[in-house]
Design a protein around this ligand. Structure first.
Ligand SMILES: [Zn+2]
Length: 482
């Protein structure tokens, strides 16, 4: 009887699983490759981005230092995009961040906002780059340099699209804001935070905000032949903690049993060993639902029945650092400090750990968990720098998401559009309280290997990508209900 019951349950579960899998059918339409669609390289945009990349608008750990370059960047925008500066109004916030406004003809429509930032992280090891990081070199079909993808490419694409629309005589029905931050890489508190506050004080409510945070990945997975357009609908929280251990100092020839460095090292090892739990939240499920129809039967079966396969499935996903980061709060030790001399014991050993908090968790509860994992009173845990709670989750059923998807489908007809949780932070979070939805997507098609260039070596954007990016913004503003 028991055996019959077990067999019965097995068949019921198996049938449901297969049924759910079949619901996620593969698309019938034969997909075409976007690389074959007709378009011309936008040489004008290429040249302008080259110029933009030559300006060293660097944001460092302490904040921004060479402010004159930021003014040069403003001047470059004025010179290269004269129509934008004639038709749109411009305000400065925190001296260097820019807010452009193109008033729409229909005041009843909520304004929309496009964002980008022009500060960049420093280029470590410039000699290791194929082309100089601030050389603005166009070669091999790419434009090379720090900021090409993060995000001067975005600025040039937006501005070039606006110039084109103005030239064509197009005028918006919905008011368009363009916010260009100057301190995103150091937290955005002097730029977009101020813009967001000003808009809030003016009683402005935004239709949606579109910022960086997602891209089109050409080679997303070997199971999927098409490029995947990742549209961020949520972003993780952000937090940095300083772990410090006091030591007595003294001569290194007669060390105590436990040195400050040793105690700190043990705390770091514990953090690295004891990972946060894996969770399948709403944004990751939205991503999987978007990808599932394009995956082979076996994988579709697992996704369609995540309720059944959750434990195995989560463990499988976490094998990739990239996917793992979408499934859990991550902790990364980044900076270390000990003694100032090789033969002197440290009076303090200190480490910074950078934490990305998954949607559904909170900064405070995460700190409590980390303290519990370290479980050592000699290690002082303190918050440093800025912190941000995880974002809310934006809708994939909104008019804004539909406009975005339509523009993606028009310019990249073979791309699969997949919502996803962004695991980096963006300045868009400052607008969350005054915007109906927040999306994080840059219309640039890249290979996975190109992602290493962001904050790394050999950052580049293909000339084709930049050109299609301009086309995307033209389509988004034109075809959308703007
Ligand atoms: Zn960025």
């Amino acid at each position: 009887m028991l055996v019959a019951l077990i067999i019965g349950i097995f068949f019921v579960v198996a049938s449901i699983s297969v049924y759910r899998t079949l619901l996620l059918r593969r698309p019938q339409k034969k997909l075409i490759n976007s690389r074959e669609t007709n378009f011309a390289i936008d040489n004008d945009a290429v040249t302008k981005l080259q110029k933009a990349l030559k300006l060293e608008t660097i944001s460092d750990q302490e904040g921004l230092h060479d402010y004159t370059t930021f003014l040069h960047f403003h001047a470059l925008l004025e010179e290269k995009f004269p129509l934008v500066h004639r038709i749109l109004s411009r305000e400065k916030f925190g001296k260097y961040s820019l807010l452009y406004k193109w008033p729409g003809s229909n005041g009843a429509l909520k304004p929309m906002m496009l964002m980008s930032h022009f500060d960049v992280v420093p280029a470590t090891k410039p000699s290791a780059w194929r082309y100089p990081p601030f050389g603005g070199v166009a070669a091999d079909g790419y434009i090379w340099g720090r900021g090409a993808l993060d995000v001067k490419g975005g600025i040039v694409a937006i501005m070039a699209a606006l110039e084109r629309l103005i030239t064509e005589g197009w005028r918006p029905r919905r008011t368009i804001y363009i916010a260009l931050g100057h301190d995103e890489e150091s937290g955005g508190s002097k730029g977009n935070a101020l813009i967001a506050r000003a808009l809030r004080d003016r009683g402005i409510r935004l239709h949606y905000v579109l910022d960086e945070g997602g891209l089109i990945i050409n080679d997303f997975s070997k199971d999927i032949a098409s490029p995947v357009a990742l549209v961020g609908i949520a972003e993780k929280g952000y937090l940095t903690l300083a772990l410090s251990v006091l030591g007595g100092g003294g001569h290194a020839s007669a060390p105590p049993k436990n040195t400050a460095t040793g105690i700190l090292a043990r705390a770091l090892t514990r953090i690295e060993k004891k990972k946060f739990p894996l969770t399948l939240g709403a944004p990751i499920m939205a991503l999987l639902a978007g990808l599932a129809p394009h995956l082979p039967f076996g994988k579709r079966l697992v996704i369609a029945n995540a309720w059944l396969f959750a434990p195995v499935f989560k463990a499988f996903m976490a094998r990739s650092d990239f996917m793992g980061a979408m499934l859990r709060t991550t902790v990364a030790p980044t900076m270390l400090q000990g003694s100032v001399k090789e033969n002197v014991l440290p009076t303090q050993a200190r480490a910074l750990i950078n934490v990305r908090v998954i949607n559904g968790e909170q900064v405070a509860s995460t700190i409590t968990t980390i303290k519990a994992i370290i479980n050592d009173e000699r290690v002082l845990v303190e918050r440093v720098g800025f912190a941000a709670e995880p974002s809310t989750i934006s809708r994939t059923t909104s008019e804004g998401f539909l406009d975005l998807s339509t523009a993606i489908a028009t310019v990249f007809p073979n791309a699969i559009i997949a919502p996803y949780p962004v695991f980096a932070t963006t300045d868009s979070r400052y607008y969350e309280a005054i915007s109906d939805d927040t999306y994080r997507f840059l219309p640039f098609a890249v290979d996975k290997s190109d992602l290493q260039g962001i904050h790394g070596i050999d950052e580049r954007i293909s000339q084709e990508s930049l050109s299609l990016g301009v086309e995307f913004f033209v389509q988004l503003l034109k075809n959308g209900r703007a």
